[in-house]
Design a protein around this ligand. Structure first.
Ligand SMILES: NC(=O)c1ccc[n+]([C@@H]2O[C@H](COP(=O)([O-])OP(=O)(O)OC[C@H]3O[C@@H](n4cnc5c(N)ncnc54)[C@H](OP(=O)(O)O)[C@@H]3O)[C@@H](O)[C@H]2O)c1
Length: 291
């Protein structure tokens, strides 16, 4: 049995669907069943589990061979994922696949990279056999810009010239599923990427081509992005953490392309042009969408 935590989240849901599409029995862990919006695919059973409630983790991990570990990067995440790792150790779970960030380091300028470094250290120290999968940026992030694009044909970005190795989140799920199922990945630490490094001007151009109308990319200062998030009512820690990610993308080590996706999954990763073409209805102008 494979356990997928964070099944109500974006990546967790994709991993559940990927495993189910391969006919693999999956136990999908939700903090609360109220979070579950749709009927599970065939072969998927649901279990309630909260990192803060040990008894729920014990139940969720009972009889599990391998588990996918992902959660929200928020205050307390080290203790929460640490509790899951300890529960898996006690349960004798034979494999954990952990989602982390490339360039996670104890002295990274971004707090999210420092948190991920700490959790991976705890996983290593636990002795539970594990594999780390490190994507750099998800293509689906651009869907957050869809309302602005629909209304104004403008993309505001604070990324400047930073070029990121954008990856379709469903491709990340495909790597995770394969590593959960196959032997031979224990102890590995995989940096995975899409097929190209892209900056926001290139993303804007490819998106414009896919949706068939011109778009403008306007570069904004990082401070404006921070104020924008705070203005939207997002918590201060979140706005600061994600501003730190933008700063890290601009000033940290350059992102890298790797062949790991193809090596592991056996097909080329999805290109941004393919992704944009598939998702173009999300960017239709409001008048067209409502008429
Ligand atoms: N976006 C990117 O470009 C990018 C790049 C690299 C890495 N990542 C990483 O990818 C990860 C996954 O992203 P995502 O979009 O799938 O995140 P997400 O949608 O926020 O999902 C996180 C999941 O963790 C669950 N969770 C939080 N606290 C929990 C608790 N106490 N007990 C049990 N479950 C708990 C959440 O449950 P609830 O739904 O109940 O809150 C949610 O289902 C994140 O850690 C992110 O940092 C993202």
């Amino acid at each position: 049995m494979i356990l997928v935590v964070g099944a109500a989240g974006n990546l967790g849901r994709d991993v559940v669907h990927e495993l189910a599409s391969r006919g693999i029995p999956v136990r999908a862990m939700y903090r609360e069943f109220a979070d579950k919006e749709e009927a599970p695919p065939p072969g998927v059973t649901l279990v309630e589990g909260d990192f803060r409630k040990l008894e729920t983790l014990v139940r969720a991990l009972d009889g599990v061979d391998a588990a996918f570990l992902v959660s929200k990067e928020m205050p307390g995440v080290i203790e929460r994922e640490g509790a899951f790792i300890e529960a898996a150790r006690r349960a004798g779970t034979r494999r954990i696949v952990k989602l982390a960030r490339l360039f996670a380091a104890p002295d990274a300028s971004s707090i999210l990279h420092r948190l991920q470094w700490q959790i991976v250290e705890e996983l290593r120290a636990s002795g539970v056999p594990h594999t780390v999968v490190r994507p750099q940026a998800f293509m689906q992030n651009v869907l957050l810009d869809a309302p602005t694009i629909q209304a104004t044909d403008v993309i505001y970005s604070a990324m400047g010239p930073a070029r990121l190795a954008y990856m379709d989140r469903r491709d990340v799920a495909a790597v995770v599923a394969t590593v959960l199922l196959e032997d031979g990945h224990t102890g590995e630490d995989y940096a995975v990427s899409g097929p190209a490094l892209l900056d926001y001007a290139e993303i804007t151009a490819q998106l414009a081509k896919a949706i068939g109308r011109p778009l403008t990319c306007i570069d904004v200062p990082v401070e404006a992005a921070l104020q924008g998030m705070l203005g939207m009512g997002l918590p201060g820690w979140f706005a600061e953490a994600y501003t730190g990610i933008i700063q890290f993308a601009k000033e940290g080590p350059p992102q890298v392309l790797t062949t790991k996706f193809q090596d592991i999954v056996g097909r080329p990763p999805t290109s941004f042009a393919q992704f944009a073409s598939e998702q173009r209805s999300a960017f239709m102008p409001l008048a067209a969408a409502t008429s």
